[in-house]
Design a protein around this ligand. Structure first.
Ligand code: ATR
Length: 269
C-alpha cells in the first residue's frame, strides 16, 4: 500500500513540501503519496486525527500550526522542545512524535552545501522571534566559539538565551551590540526582509570570507543580502537551502534515508 504523508497549514497552496518530498522519494524509488492539507484555526486537531485514522504515517506542519502541533504531540525531540515549535510529526504505534528540523536544516545547509564549518567560529544571529528560537539549539550544538544574539527589542534576545547561558560563550544584546564585533557567520532571522526593511549593520561586522545568511528565500537578493555584499561579506545566501534541508531531515526521520539536496535545489532554482 502507498504510504501517505502530508503538510498542513493555512494557507497551504504555496508550500513546496509536496514537490520536495516527491523529489526525494524518486531518488530512492519510494512509493509514497504526499498531500497538502488545509486546516482552519479550530480544525487542526480534527484534520490531523482524521489523517492518522486513514493511515497517515507523518506530517509536516507549517504556519500557523507549529505551536498547535507541539500540544498535539505525545513525545518531543530536544530540538522541538528548545524551539517550542514543531514542523515534523511522525505517527506510530507509540503515539505522535514531534520534531523540529528547521535548525538542523539550516546547519546542514551552511556546513554541508555551502561548506562553512561552524565549529570554533564566531556567529551573529539577528532576531529573537520564532525563527531564531527554532535554530538556536542546532547552531549551538555545532560548537561555535561564540554566539551573539541581537534583537530590536532587546529583552526578547535575553529571554531566548535565558536557559542556555551555561552552554558556552553566548551573549544577547540590542541591535547596536553588533558594533565593533567581527563575525564569521551572520544569520538574519528577523522578518525584516519580508517588508524590505534594512537592518542597521555596522561596517566591520563581516569578517573576511564571512558568510551572510538570510532565512528568507525566493525573492532574489533581500535588503540584508545586498547590504552584506556591500559591507564585505565573502558569501551571501538566501534560505532556500534551509527549506530543502529541513525537508531532507524530515524525510530521514520518516524513512531512515538521507536524500541528496543538490539536485532538488537545482530543480527549485
Ligand atoms: P518569525 O517567526 O519570523 O521569527 P516573529 O516571531 O514575529 O516572526 O519575529 C520577528 C522578528 O523580526 C523579531 O525578532 C523582530 O524584532 P522585534 O522583536 O523587535 O519585533 C524582528 N524584526 C522584524 N522587523 C524588523 C525590522 N524592521 N528591524 C529589526 N528587526 C525586525
Amino acid at each position: 500500500m502507498t504510504d501517505r504523508y502530508a503538510v498542513i497549514g493555512n494557507p497551504i497552496a504555496q508550500s513546496k513540501s509536496p514537490i520536495l518530498h516527491t523529489a526525494f522519494a524518486r531518488q530512492f524509488g519510494h512509493d509514497l503519496r504526499y498531500e497538502a492539507l488545509l486546516a482552519e484555526h479550530d480544525t487542526f486537531t480534527e484534520v490531523v486525527s482524521r489523517f492518522i485514522a486513514e493511515g497517515g504515517k507523518g506530517m509536516n506542519v507549517t504556519a500557523p500550526f507549529k505551536l498547535a502541533a507541539l500540544e498535539f504531540a505525545d513525545t518531543l525531540s530536544d530540538r522541538a522542545q528548545a524551539a517550542q515549535a514543531i514542523n515534523t510529526l511522525k505517527f506510530g504505534p507509540d503515539g505522535v512524535y514531534g520534531d523540529n528540523t528547521d535548525g538542523i536544516g539550516l546547519v546542514s545547509d551552511i556546513q554541508d552545501r555551502l561548506g562553512v564549518s561552524l565549529e570554533g567560529r564566531r556567529l551573529l544571529v539577528i532576531g529573537a522571534g520564532g525563527a531564531a528560537r527554532g535554530i538556536l539549539l542546532p547552531l549551538l550544538q555545532a560548537a561555535p566559539d561564540y554566539l551573539l544574539l541581537v534583537n530590536r527589542t532587546e529583552h526578547k534576545a535575553h529571554d531566548l538565551l535565558a536557559d542556555r547561558r551555561q552552554a558556552g560563550k553566548i551573549e544577547a544584546g540590542p541591535l547596536g551590540a553588533v558594533a565593533g564585533g567581527r563575525f564569521d557567520v551572520v544569520i538574519n532571522a528577523t522578518s525584516a526582509s519580508l517588508s524590505g526593511a534594512h537592518l542597521p549593520l555596522a561596517s566591520g561586522v563581516f569578517a573576511p570570507g564571512s558568510l551572510a545568511y538570510d532565512l528568507v528565500y525566493g525573492k532574489g537578493d533581500t535588503a540584508f543580502m545586498a547590504d552584506a555584499r556591500e559591507l564585505g561579506a565573502g558569501r551571501v545566501s538566501d534560505g532556500l537551502g534551509m527549506l530543502v534541508g529541513q525537508a531532507a531531515e524530515s524525510y530521514r526521520l520518516w524513512h531512515g534515508r538521507q536524500p541528496e539536496v543538490e539536485p532538488v535545489m537545482a530543480m527549485l532554482r
